[in-house]
Every structure is written in structure tokens, then in C-alpha cells.
Design a protein around this ligand. Structure first.
Ligand code: AP5
Length: 214
């Protein structure tokens, strides 16, 4: 199964993508996580991505598209994947559609996790992430067992630089201008599934899987 996650920054795409990847035993591919790993390791790709991400802007398509298409060509993607954070622009969506058509495939579902902007800022302020394994927590809605430490690898959890309120505002603007049109794009392809992302995490997951397994 090939799934795309759509939704505003902080809507819960990563949280749901991880659960879907576990349930269907397919890789969870987050372009944000790939960029953050490259920044941490000081690679040339990380250097390019860093300033855009810090300002809440999108990393240019010419960097992002090739990186993602290479990733989905790897052997572990043979049975599908969950894409979290890609596509984010119409050119990214077109490139993905064409690349899959060439391989005789297509995306099965585009899952839109719908959360209004006013709920997003609070979610972002409470998010904590593990810099080692990328596990996501929330200080109120999904706290770690031990405050400030990742359950899995015991690393100290961090607030992402781009989760500060000013940058969140910029990311929301970029989302509405450049990414939200993809909802219509995938509605026209008849593969759009919209779920209410303001419910609790388990309810959102149940709503998604109900449609995927109908
Ligand atoms: P990326 O890492 O993809 O960030 P994003 O899309 O802005 O999404 P987030 O990771 O912020 O949020 P999410 O929707 O995954 O929510 P989460 O599950 O964490 O991208 C970062 C940057 O990289 C971009 O700004 C851009 O610069 C660059 N980039 C990445 N991809 C790109 C691309 N394709 N093209 C160009 N540039 C690209 O949840 C948020 C919080 O809420 C968590 O704390 C979670 O625990 C909590 N939560 C989740 N669900 C619920 C719920 N139902 N109820 C209560 N709390 C919840």
C-alpha cells in the first residue's frame, strides 16, 4: 500500500504515519526527518536545507524531488510506504505521479489530517522530539514515561527550532499557499481520505484504518 499524508504542520501526520507504517509493515518516509538527519550529520544536503527550514520555508523542489524519488526506489519500498511531508507542492506531486506511472504504480490513498490553524500553535509548543530516533511526544497529549527523556533510547528530548511560535506562523502560511492545493489535486484523483485530526490520536488512527480497510 502506498500512502501520502497531507495536513498542516503539526496536524499529526508524523504520529499517524508511524502507526500506519507499523500496522502495514511498510517504511515511514519523512522528508523532514531525512533533512534533519542530514543537518545533524553536516552533509551537503543538510547545509542546503538548513536555512530554508529555520525560516519555515520549503526546501527547493530541485533538491527535494530527486532525494525522495531515490528513497522510494530502495528495496524496502517494494511493498509500499507512507510518505510524510511529501509531496508539498504541485510540481512535487506531478513528479511523484509520473515516476510511479513509469514504474506501473500509483498512490493508493492521500490521507488528509484536518486540524484548524488555531489548534496548531498549541500542539507545536508542546511537541518534543527525540534527536536520535525521531520519536515524537507531546508534553500534554503524549508524554514520555520519564519527563524529558525518550522512552526508546533515553536521549534528552528537544523542542524543534522551527516549532517556535514565529516560525510556526510562517510554516502555516507556506502550507496554505503551496501545500493545501494538493487536497483538491488528490480529490480529483479520487484517492483523498479526510479525517478529523482534532480527535485523540487513537481515534484518528481508527478513522483512517476504517477507510483503508473498507
Ligand atoms: P516536517 O518535518 O515534515 O514538518 P511538518 O510538515 O511541518 O510537520 P510536522 O512534523 O511539524 O507535524 P506533523 O503533522 O507530522 O505532526 P506530529 O505528528 O509531529 O518538515 C519540516 C521542514 O522540512 C519544512 O518546514 C520544510 O522546510 C522541510 N521540508 C520537509 N518536507 C519537504 C518537502 N517535501 N518539500 C520542501 N521542504 C520540505 O504532531 C504534532 C504534535 O501534536 C506532536 O507533539 C504530537 O504528539 C501531537 N499530536 C499529534 N496528533 C495529536 C492528536 N490527535 N491530539 C493531540 N496531539 C496530537
Amino acid at each position: 500500500m502506498k500512502i501520502i499524508m497531507l495536513g498542516a504542520p503539526g496536524a499529526g501526520k508524523g504520529t499517524q504515519a508511524k502507526k500506519l507504517a507499523e500496522k502495514y509493515a511498510i517504511p515511514h518516509i519523512s522528508t523532514g526527518d531525512i533533512f534533519r538527519a542530514n543537518i545533524k550529520n553536516g552533509t551537503a544536503l543538510g547545509m542546503k536545507a538548513k536555512s530554508y527550514m529555520a525560516q519555515g520555508q520549503l526546501v527547493p523542489d530541485d533538491v527535494t524531488i530527486g532525494m525522495l524519488l531515490n528513497r522510494i526506489s530502495e528495496a524496502d519500498c517494494a511493498n509500499g510506504y507512507v510518505l510524510d511531508g511529501f509531496p508539498r507542492t504541485i510540481p512535487q506531486a506531478d513528479s511523484l505521479t509520473s515516476a510511479l506511472l513509469e514504474r506501473g504504480g500509483q498512490i493508493d490513498y492521500a490521507v488528509n489530517v484536518d486540524v484548524p490553524d488555531e489548534r496548531i500553535v498549541a500542539r507545536m509548543a508542546g511537541r518534543r522530539a527525540c534527536p536520535e530516533c525521531s520519536t515524537i511526544y507531546h508534553i500534554e497529549f503524549n508524554p514520555p514515561q520519564q519527563e524529558g527523556l525518550c522512552d526508546a533510547c533515553k536521549q534528552s528530548l528537544v523542542l524543534r527550532d522551527d516549532d517556535k511560535p514565529d516560525t510556526v506562523g510562517k510554516r502555516l502560511k507556506v502550507y496554505h499557499n503551496q501545500t493545501q492545493p494538493l487536497i483538491e489535486y488528490y480529490r480529483n484523483e479520487n484517492i483523498l481520505v479526510t479525517v478529523d485530526g482534532t480527535k485523540n490520536m487513537n481515534e484518528v488512527f481508527a478513522d483512517i484504518t476504517k477507510v483503508l480497510e473498507a
